[in-house]
Write a protein that binds this ligand. Structure first.
Ligand SMILES: C[S@@+](CC[C@H](N)C(=O)[O-])C[C@H]1O[C@@H](n2cnc3c(N)ncnc32)[C@H](O)[C@@H]1O
Length: 253
């Protein structure tokens, strides 16, 4: 049973613990991009600030945007604890208007793939284009299609332990995942079961589903070109995962 949004309050509270040991290896890529772009930069789907806050702590000018108030609330709380005051926008990345432009717009960890409705990824690129200064850079980290979930899993596919972490209060959080039948062509659906165990007793159990529509490098190139970007490039992704699609808003627009 699916009983909640993917990035609701429960997931927001567990997010950093669950991913604490994941070697993303992407921070330097984003730092270099923001450092070399005209300030400020904008991070799409910034979540709890995994990337945003370290960049701000380095004195880089970057703002964050996310649709989940719960994720932004965790980001604000962490920022306050570090003496940082991020500019955060609550908005959907496929439909936002901040009324000004940025030197760089970027989106880590393949969050673009979370948009599965037809045309929604193109809408993100159109929004990003409008928010970039002429000559500004767009960069999106993407999962490799070949490495993503099986689109047609067997009906009885087992759940496997995906993440396990001990939290500061001594409880243990686990995420089990199970591929579900695809909801549409090119869209993968995965069931995520979150449990929190305290003193050997499960105190929280919640089931979420996540749909992903990971575009191939070729599809990303086509989307970026159709959105009006130039200098479209695809290189290996940060930390060796997936790929990084980059493009520029033409200087004369
Ligand atoms: C995997 S998390 C990534 C968070 C952060 N960038 C990181 O690297 O840890 C995905 C984020 O995308 C956000 N998100 C999902 N759909 C969105 C949308 N349509 N517009 C903006 N943010 C969205 C979620 O709320 C969540 O914070």
């Amino acid at each position: 049973m699916i009983d909640g949004d993917t990035y609701d309050a429960l997931v927001a509270e567990l997010y950093d613990d669950i991913l604490a040991d994941v070697p993303f290896g992407d921070l330097e890529v984003w730092a270099e991009m923001v450092r070399t772009a005209e300030a400020p930069a904008l991070e799409l789907a910034c979540g709890t600030g995994r990337v945003l806050l370290p960049l701000l702590a380095r004195g880089l000018a970057v703002e964050g945007l996310d649709v989940s108030e719960a994720m932004l609330a965790v980001c604000r709380r962490k920022a306050a604890a570090q003496g940082l005051a991020p500019v955060l926008h609550r908005a959907a990345m496929q439909d936002f208007d901040l009324g000004r432009r940025f030197g760089a717009v970027f989106c880590p960890v393949a969050s673009l793939s979370l948009l599965t409705a037809d045309g929604s990824q193109a809408a993100v690129l159109a929004c990003a284009f409008r928010h970039l200064r002429p000559g500004g850079v767009l960069a999106l980290a993407m999962d490799d299609l070949a490495e993503s979930e099986d689109v047609s899993p067997p009906a009885d596919a087992p759940a496997v332990l995906h993440r396990e972490a001990r939290r500061a209060d001594g409880s243990v959080v686990r995420v089990h995942r199970r591929p579900l039948p695809a909801s549409a062509a090119g869209v993968t659906r995965t069931e995520l079961v979150y449990t929190v165990e305290q003193d050997g007793r499960v105190v929280t159990r919640a089931v979420r589903a996540v749909d992903l529509r990971p575009p191939s490098p070729e599809a990303m190139r086509a989307l970026l070109t159709a959105a009006g970007f130039t200098s479209v490039g695809v290189v290996s992704g940060p930390g060796g995962d997936g790929f990084l699609a980059t493009a520029r808003r033409p200087a004369a627009t």
